[in-house]
Design a protein around this ligand. Sequence first.
Ligand SMILES: C[S@@+](CC[C@H](N)C(=O)[O-])C[C@H]1O[C@@H](n2cnc3c(N)ncnc32)[C@H](O)[C@@H]1O
Length: 297
Amino acid sequence: MLLFSPNEWADYELIDTGGFEKLERFGDFVLARPEPKAVWKKTLSEKEWTSLMHTRFTTGAGFGKSGKEDSGSWQPIKKMQEQWFIGYRCIGLNMRMRLGLTAFKHVGIFPEQAPNWDYIYSSVKGLNVAEPKVLNLFAYTGGASLAAKAAGADVVHLDSVRQVVSWARENMALSGLNNIRWVVEDALRFVKREAKRGNLYQGIMLDPPAYGHGTDGEKWKLDECLLEMLQYCRQILASENSFLILNLYSNGFSALVADTVIRNVFGKMKEQEYGELFLEDRFEKRLPLSVFARFKR
Ligand SMILES: C[S@@+](CC[C@H](N)C(=O)[O-])C[C@H]1O[C@@H](n2cnc3c(N)ncnc32)[C@H](O)[C@@H]1O
């Protein structure tokens, strides 16, 4: 079981956690957001939190009911921009992404994903193939797509929401990259079609949500659809010189769930690993945020 959190990152810091909230610095701005997993006490006082933060997200009336935990609004505390930029540098990777305050408490980046970006970058670099084809499913604003592209891959970025695909396109330009192929479609529908066409990829990354929608009203439910999705991924992943990374952040799934379902579909592999991604605050409190299973073959 591996435990990863981002290495030194000048533009991001988890300052404090506790009382079902997290206090984070993204570039020049400090944000307080709800965090259901922070069941412990804050280290800093409420007064210190308020003096540090630029804005705080407060949940709407739907909190705790009917899956609307993420909706609410940002309360302005100090002057800040609604949109701003941060960078991420690691090994040969030099990404720049636009952030923004969204109505669902997200800002356009999941910082705990940085170790996945590093893995994707080094896996693409390590493939013995010129311009390997890499598919990013449920790709959101494109952190993983940028990492694969920066390493020299021919990248297909897929998400069912047009606005986030435009956001990812902006991030590509900001990062000085080009030629990512953008697909706005239901992820399952796309992999089924790729399997039928016999198209093959050297790398696949997928970070599926608990619930989602395709472009044509297709319903994505993680527990019901994950196995089928991975079975199609198996058909379109090259049998050698390839890698896959599955990230899960919902349904309370543990790293062993990710590892077992991958073994179940792909068989046992030498270079298979699984673990948890976490962020650590200034006071060494560790906040787990997602799990992954990955392999190279
Ligand atoms: C939380 S995000 C994944 C985060 C991303 N991997 C990252 O780290 O930036 C989940 C994404 O899945 C997309 N999505 C949900 N249902 C989908 C579907 N049926 N087909 C394709 N994308 C879908 C959502 O639009 C959202 O952008």
